[in-house]
Design a protein around this ligand. Sequence first.
Ligand code: ATR
Length: 280
Amino acid sequence: MVIGSPVNHSLSPQLHNTAYEALSIDEQYIYVACEVAKPDLATYISGIRTMQHICSISCTIPHKESVMQYLDEIDPVAQKIGAVNTIIRTSQASSTHSYLKGYNTDWLGILAPLKKRVPLTDKKITIIGAGGAARAAIYGLLIEQASVTVVNRTLDKAKVLAQEFGCNTAALDHKAAFDSADIIINTTPAGMHPNEMISPIPKEYIHAGQLVFDIVYTPFNTMLLRDAHEQGADVIHGHEMLLQQAAAQLTLYTGKAAPLEAMERVLLQLVDSGGSTLSV
Ligand code: ATR
């Protein structure tokens, strides 16, 4: 199940249930969305402890950080990123109650689509935003030995991240931070439905030869990606992050390799790509 608020528009149930069908495990597993308001989180998690048939939980906005305090163990990667999006029930002989362990797969969702396209070592990568998604991106990219610059509307927040992770920082309107980048990643909600006419950066900040990844997937072709395409840059659509983080979750849930083709097919229908990808 996925818990969050609001969660009614989540694409995860269809994505995971499609994967269960493709793997012929849909008689054992079913994935549902549960609306859990912020104040109810503690009660909900303690309820889940008694419901042994719930083997795993995805966790989305606004619970990714606050849920950590209610779990028995946090994977060191999730601890470093500071957010949990996946909870697995494990059996611990020493424990008298259900043992819940938190993981983060968002960083894999950002890393996998990039690694599929280019080697990341020594690449100059500018990340827009300083929230949880930015933290996941920075974590993964530093492992790949990329050179990371964080830019954010509120510069102080970017500075805190830069200090913690040991990367560079710049203001959002500092064009040079984008001119010199090989890859630009947007981790902010700027441009997300219903604000489709917004881009986090001016079009002139993007040029040919760059790769631009927007983790926003509604709309499919965001203003940032349309601008990037017009400037002659390559693009990665946001659904790829959703797909790859879900694939990593599915493996944690079931121990099986994710059926990526079947999952991407259903996802492209759900995000309404209309068949018009900007990928070149
Ligand atoms: P998440 O955890 O999903 O990454 P978050 O913690 O709410 O989300 O962080 C959202 C990020 O998007 C923040 O860096 C925010 O900038 P501020 O720190 O200045 O608030 C950024 N953001 C949100 N809306 C934005 C916009 N319209 N333009 C640019 N940045 C935006």
